[in-house]
Design a protein. Structure first.
Length: 312
């Protein structure tokens, strides 16, 4: 029952945000055209603050002797390479290729990993998760920008591609956060507080907008790619990661932190990014919704399995 409560607590806010947007649109409280405009606004104005916070707060000195962060990065890069090689073979539309590749490797670590780890390993586990997120989320976003630019549907040379990457709001936020982290000054509280609040607004707003623009009729049309990526995301990839980690010198908390990175739903940020960069936004949004709902079951079953096998 405790495991069910943990999994339900992690997923319920996402369901509430999605239902809020869906009900607002159905009731006529807001128009879908307005939500699509807002989606671009949220992506450009709010998501950079997530990146800034992730890199500004991390204590890089605490990584001495830690092995779980390099493993998570290498495993993520391996997923990216494999997805980039395999997806284009089976999907012919460029607008969907980038979205599918992004969905395979990009997880909602910011809002899932910390609550999950903290619920089992308390504040010490949450600190481990925060450090990993500071590295893995910028990696997600840099690669997502590259992938979506690659399949935007136009031929771009390397300088143009790099220019578009640097212009991306998430990359700007990451660069600013890294600069402020390295500066020998501390940000005053009157600035840090509103930046943190703006960061915390990004995902709820994005999910409300997603719920308001979601059309369930298209789920049947996209059933095959939805099933494949959902299976990979929530079952096969975490199974491979756990199988490898059992052989490595990782603590239970470190193993669970990395597991939480690879067993959680597709990141909510993938939807506004796909819409802003010419990807199939409908498919990207459906990945967020379907994996979020399915994770209520899979995360519970994974936690139960890890506990019963004494891995956590």
């Amino acid at each position: 029952m405790d495991n069910l409560i943990i999994a339900t607590t992690a997923v319920t806010p996402f369901v509430v945000y999605l239902l809020t947007g869906f009900i607002c649109r159905k009731s006529g409280l807001v128009k879908e055209d307005f939500l699509k405009v807002m989606n671009g606004f949220v992506f450009r104005a709010f998501f950079p603050f997530i990146m800034f916070n992730n890199l500004y707060d991390v204590d890089f000195s605490s990584l001495n002797g830690s092995f779980y962060v390099p493993f998570a990065i290498v495993f993520t890069l391996t997923l990216i390479i494999l997805a980039s090689l395999i997806v284009p073979v089976f999907e012919k539309k460029d607008s969907r290729r980038g979205v599918m590749i992004q969905a395979v490797f990009r997880s909602n670590t910011v809002l899932y990993a910390i609550p999950l780890v903290e619920s089992i390993f308390k504040s010490g586990g949450a600190a481990l998760a925060s450090i990993l997120i500071a590295f893995i989320v910028p990696l997600y976003n840099v690669v997502s920008v590259v992938v979506l630019e690659r399949y935007r549907g136009q031929q771009a040379d390397i300088p143009s591609l790099l220019k578009n990457i640097l212009k991306n709001p998430l990359i700007k936020g990451a660069i600013a956060g890294l600069i402020f982290n390295l500066l020998p000054v501390t940000m005053p509280a009157f600035l840090k507080a509103p930046i943190s609040q703006l960061s915390s607004m990004a995902t709820p707003l994005s999910l409300i907008i997603l719920g308001g623009t979601l059309h369930f009729s298209s789920l049947k049309k996209n059933a095959r790619p939805l099933f494949i990526v959902t299976f990979l995301k929530l079952i096969l990839i975490p199974a491979i990661a756990v199988s490898i980690m059992r052989l490595l010198p990782l603590s239970s908390a470190e193993l669970f932190v990395v597991f939480s990175t690879f067993a959680t739903p597709v990141a909510a940020a993938s939807y506004p990014m796909a819409q802003s960069m010419g990807g199939d936004a409908d498919l990207a949004g459906e990945y967020v919704v379907v994996t979020t709902l399915c994770s209520l079951i899979t995360i519970f079953l994974w936690i139960l399995l890890l506990k019963n096998t004494a891995l956590i």
